[in-house]
Write a new protein. Structure first.
Length: 79
């Protein structure tokens, strides 16, 4: 949970317009509520992005890091 005064990163969220009506009103992209990550989750987020690991911003970053570590450990065992 984020508290007032915490160091956070802000992530602008949007999706593609789904209908001609949405596209007429908002253009190609419909902006959604921004998401915010705490400092430690932001560190994980940027590290995983840099490594090319795909995920959704709503996923738990700590779980994603564990999954990534499991995948990397399995690759090391295979080689």
């Amino acid at each position: 949970m984020l508290n007032s005064g915490d160091i956070v990163t802000e992530h602008i969220c949007y999706r593609n317009a789904r209908t001609a009506f949405e596209e007429r009103i908002w253009g190609d992209q419909v902006f959604l509520a921004n998401k915010y990550l705490c400092e430690s989750c932001s560190d994980i987020y940027f590290s995983l992005v840099e490594l090319g690991y795909g995920f959704n911003l709503g996923d738990d970053m700590r779980d994603l890091l564990r999954d990534f570590q499991d995948i990397e450990n399995a690759r090391k065992v295979e080689t």
